[in-house]
Design a protein around this ligand. Structure first.
Ligand SMILES: Nc1nc2c(ncn2[C@@H]2O[C@H](COP(=O)(O)OP(=O)(O)O)[C@@H](O)[C@H]2O)c(=O)[nH]1
Ligand SMILES: [Mg+2]
Length: 294
């Protein structure tokens, strides 16, 4: 059985000593799945992934697949589900973290554990279609070291049904990331990276950051020409509930500030901020104020 347990207490240590074992075997492709209380989604996710992988026309080019679930001690039967899947021959393992929590750090942990040269990250809740994974994996090659599943590509009209305020927030958020990357959907949680590009970023990664794909895009130094984009339709969560809370905008702005400093340096950022403030003051005092109050 391949179950790795992180330990933060004597009780867990005792449990770990009986059930943990080192992973075995090799893989050329790794799929990383951060998961918190996703037991009901794990079986359909893993079976659909392997089905999509083996039935793909280019499956021989892809080689072997491993799936790594990074679970934050959900205690909802996820471990038992993975054991069952393993016993029926699926190359899947689960890392149960007990000392750490958080989506980005779970993804980073999975990438560090992975043995594939091509690595994909996807949600457990089936909002990212497992059937699209082979296309993302195949998009990674010597010239493309990053692939993004984009919700804004051709043929995908993902936010046309959203209320106006959500559409404005969504395009505003993407616009703010524009100076950092040309990618159309850098906030996507469905993305892939080669193991070598990941190693380039690893020492700078902010594992507490908000959107890990955006962090990796900036910190791996992957040029815009090396980013592939695959449009996909964002599905509906199948089971369980979203773990996102109301602080998303603040978390996103904090992450942008860090990435702007990383990419452009602190002084240029302060300079641009002061210019933006002066411009905002000018617009307020010369255009908005006279229009509203005179
Ligand atoms: N390991 C781990 N996974 C998480 C955590 N928060 C969210 N996830 C997983 O990350 C994926 C995306 O989270 P979700 O709540 O669906 O976000 P949403 O799709 O933006 O609503 C799902 O597979 C979650 O189970 C966390 O703190 N730790
Ligand atoms: Mg989700």
């Amino acid at each position: 059985m391949s179950i790795a347990l992180d330990m933060d207490s004597a009780k867990n240590r005792k449990h770990a000593s009986t059930s943990a074992s080192a992973p075995s075997g090799s893989a050329s492709c790794s799929v990383i799945v951060p998961a918190f209380r996703e037991n009901a989604n794990l079986r359909p996710l893993v079976t659909r992934l392997f089905q999509a992988f083996s039935s793909h026309a280019s499956s021989s080019e892809l080689g072997d697949l491993e799936v790594i679930i990074v679970d934050d001690n959900s205690r909802d039967g996820s471990v038992e589900t993975v054991e069952l899947l393993q016993s029926t021959g699926y190359n899947v393992r689960i890392v149960v973290r007990t000392a750490e929590r958080g989506l980005s750090s779970a993804v980073v942990r999975g990438f560090r554990e992975a043995r594939g040269a091509r690595m994909i990250c996807m949600d457990a809740d089936l909002q990212h279609p497992p059937e699209a994974v082979p296309s993302l994996l195949l998009a990674l090659n010597d010239h493309k070291s990053f692939v993004l599943g984009t919700r804004y590509g051709e043929g995908v009209a993902m936010d046309k049904d959203w209320p106006l305020h959500r559409q404005i927030i969504s395009s505003g958020a993407r616009m703010l990331a524009r100076p950092l990357t040309s990618a159309s959907d850098p906030m996507s949680g469905f993305f892939g990276i080669t193991s070598s590009a990941f190693k380039n970023a690893d020492h700078n990664i902010n594992a507490q950051g908000f959107k890990i794909a955006l962090d990796l895009l900036v910190k791996s130094g992957v040029p815009n020409s090396a980013i592939a984009e695959i449009p996909f339709s964002f599905g509906i969560r199948q089971e369980g509930e979203s773990k996102l809370d109301g602080k998303v905008m603040i978390n996103y702005l904090e992450q942008l500030a860090e990435l702007y400093r990383f990419k452009f340096g602190t002084l240029p950022c302060i300079f641009v901020l002061i210019l933006a403030l002066i411009l905002a003051l000018y617009i307020w005092s010369h255009l908005v104020y006279p229009l509203l109050f005179s």
